[in-house]
Design a protein around this ligand. Structure first.
Ligand code: ADP
Ligand code: GLC
Length: 478
């Protein structure tokens, strides 16, 4: 039996700000239980909903040195759907309103967490063969592990994997301060280790010290070796390219199942979507105060409202797009300018544009089910889960050909009648608009072809089964 520990800063159902939580919380369920014991460790944030926090069981606690400080480390546990989750407790670090605050505080918080992950192991009777780290928040785990090995036999032989969900976020801060926070010797703060462009860089530390590095799609694994996508670490990505691979994400096919989804007005399947899916559109139009029209093409967006997701393109042609025979439904939170932009257009095009500036799992399911198309014109996209959810719900993705979007959405070919969505290549607002309008024409003029696109999308398998197998192979290889 191979023992694997996920170290992560978020995981569903406990705490989520983005796709990382979906991955860390659901992927562990899909490993072969006879051969892999996969557990998850994350912070016990105050902002975890009380209904979950109350269920966690105290296991033990100890005190840990963090340079000149001595910190309390509590360990709690909860078994959810067969997976053991461990929670690291410290009210000083984890009491904020959200998992992340300002970077100044976050670098200290996650230095504490990363060291606590390793220090907790002897106390929980679970010595993993592999620690699988996710994003910069756990980048120091492989670094501390290297340090721990010198003084303790216990840690020798434990391997690490660093998975990059988003290279943009690296966790960087002034070297002197990070040295003080972490207590790591100055040996680690050189440009072949933690240091990058004069700052200390957590993700770089993880990438340098991990035994293997993965990212969440093959295309992104290639892209990050180039300056455009490399976020100033493209040199390092090239240097580590013999230990770098891409494994595309999946989604939880039980949670996201239009045939069983309790959140949506009308369940449907690949056999029945032609008659049934539209009932979800009508219900959504009624709920959001849009013009009730079963024939109007409805385009959905469920997203963090940030530059990464291509909202500057949308902003640029929004007025033009709204002249078309479409409805637009947005669900998301993020940068003020994008929140306000959608509020403005919802006011200007009342009845056809709906801005839902909040976070809601239930509403997201209604949008995935109710819309005809889903727009995701990302500037970069390590994988992207929303387009997978759309495919599953028969909602045709319109995407830019980058990262995981390129790997999971096959562009429609009208001559051969193939493809599961629409895509464009250049980061250009009018190229996007032309692609949306192409989709509109197929929707309005060639409905039977449109339905075949829907059908092909719904038949694709982006459940975790495939990806979990690839992680299993990687674990075996290490
Ligand atoms: P990222 O992790 O970069 O934000 P992904 O596409 O990988 O992008 O994952 C985003 C996840 O967050 C999806 O599960 C999506 O449905 C969900 N999501 C984003 N915004 C909201 C929102 N406002 N309400 C509900 N779910 C949301
Ligand atoms: C990041 C990426 C997103 C990916 C998710 C889960 O948030 O932005 O593309 O799907 O991580 O891996």
């Amino acid at each position: 039996m191979k023992k694997i520990l996920f170290a992560t800063s978020e995981a569903v159902p406990f705490i989520k700000t983005g796709g990382l939580a979906d991955v860390a919380g659901t992927l562990p369920k899909y490993f072969n239980k006879e051969k892999y014991d996969v557990r998850v460790m994350l912070p016990k944030y105050m902002c975890i909903k009380e209904e979950w926090r109350n269920k966690l069981q105290y296991i033990t606690h100890f005190y840990m040195d963090l340079n000149w400080r001595t910190e309390y480390v509590g360990i709690l546990q909860y078994v959810h759907e067969g997976i053991t989750f461990y929670f690291i407790d410290n009210e000083y670090y984890f009491s904020g309103w959200a998992p992340y605050g300002d970077i100044f505080g976050d670098v200290e918080k996650f230095a504490f967490f990363s060291k606590a992950v390793l220090s907790a192991l002897p106390n929980i009777g679970f010595r993993p063969d592999i620690i699988h780290c996710h994003d910069w928040q756990t980048g120091l785990v492989p670094v501390y592990l290297d340090h721990f090995r010198y003084s303790s036999e216990y840690y020798r032989g434990i391997k690490t994997i660093m998975t990059i969900h988003n290279l943009k976020f690296q966790g960087t801060w002034d070297t002197g301060r990070i040295q003080d926070i972490t207590g790591l010797p100055s040996y680690y703060f050189t440009s072949d280790k933690l240091e990058a462009y004069r700052d200390a860089n957590y993700l770089k530390g993880g990438i340098v010290y991990a035994d293997w590095v993965t990212t969440v799609s093959s295309s992104y694994a290639e892209e990050i070796k180039t300056p455009f996508y490399g976020e100033r670490l493209d040199g390092l990505m090239n240097a580590r390219s013999n230990c770098l691979s891409g494994i595309v994400n999946g989604i939880d096919y039980d949670d996201f199942d239009p045939a069983k989804d309790p959140h949506i007005a009308q369940n449907y399947s690949v056999e029945s979507f032609r008659n049934e899916k539209v009932k979800n559109k009508l219900a959504l139009q009624a709920e959001l105060g849009l013009v009730q029209d079963p024939d109007k093409m409805m385009i959905g967006i469920v997203s963090r409202l940030t530059d990464q997701k291509g909202f500057d393109l949308i902003a640029y042609v929004m007025d033009e797009l709204c002249q078309d025979e479409i409805q637009l439904v947005v669900l998301g939170t993020g940068e003020d300018r994008y929140e306000n932009m959608f509020r403005h257009f919802a006011w200007k095009y009342q009845g056809n544009v709906s801005a839902n500036i909040y976070y809601s799992e239930a509403m997201s399911h209604k949008v995935y089910a109710g819309c005809d198309a889903f727009l995701m014109p990302s500037l970069f996209e390590p994988c992207g889960l929303s387009q997978l959810m759309s495919l599953r719900y028969g909602t045709v993705p319109i995407v830019r050909e980058t990262g995981g979007l390129k790997d999971t959405v096959e562009p429609y070919n009208e001559f051969e009648n193939t493809g599961t969505g629409f895509s464009f290549s250049n980061y250009n607002a009018h190229e996007m608009l032309a692609t949306i309008r192409y989709a509109e024409r197929v929707y309005y003029n060639k409905r039977s072809d449109w339905n075949l696109i829907v059908e092909r999308g719904m038949k694709k398998d982006f459940s975790w089964n495939n990806s979990a197998k690839q992680y299993e192979e990687l674990y075996d290889r290490l």
